[in-house]
Design a protein. Structure first.
Length: 174
């Protein structure tokens, strides 16, 4: 990494070949989401996952990519609420591929496209804003295992709610 590294209050987990950077206030569930993703990687719905860093990580933009690595004094350590500090295998560094913002004030059922992107140190990345108290794991698993659909295949006139985001009620007969 370069001397331009900066330490941020966040956690990160390497899933396959890209890291998920998890931001949020203290107590929002960053460490828990790291553990849930590691377990999901062991169970099979996603590629193998490994801790990069918990609580504080170092970020550096290089060659149009955002790199993350653990804060040296916390490398391999994770807080497990109710058990204390535990040790896990960890990756020395990884390229960030997704940002998850816990307790995000702009979280919405149908977020605006701009809410699903963020820029960190000049690098634009996909983002998941998760509302306070809402479980993050299903959203992250969906982002990692599905492809993006059309924003709306039906006009608002076809939707009883007037927003055009529902599957046609006659799809079985069309």
């Amino acid at each position: 990494m370069s001397v331009a590294d900066k330490t941020v209050h966040a956690s990160a987990v390497l899933v396959g070949d890209r890291a998920v950077l998890i931001r949020g206030p203290s107590g929002a569930g960053k460490s828990r989401l790291v553990l849930e993703l590691i377990w999901a990687g062991q169970a099979g719905p996603i590629d193998a996952a490994m801790l990069v860093g918990d609580d504080r990580v170092r970020l550096a933009a290089r060659d149009g990519r955002l790199w993350v690595r653990p804060a040296q004094e916390l490398a391999g350590l994770i807080e497990v609420r109710g058990l204390g500090i535990r040790r896990l295998d960890h990756a020395a560094s990884a390229i960030v591929g997704l940002v998850v913002d816990l307790a995000a004030p702009d979280a919405a059922r149908l977020p605006e496209p701009r809410a699903l992107r963020t820029v960190i140190d000049g690098v634009e990345l996909p983002r998941i804003p998760v509302g306070a108290g809402f479980p993050a794991l299903p959203l992250v698993l969906a982002a990692l295992t599905t492809t993006e659909g059309a924003t709306s295949q039906h006009s608002p006139d076809d939707c009883p709610k007037g927003i055009g985001n529902h599957i046609s009620p006659t799809i079985a007969t069309e």
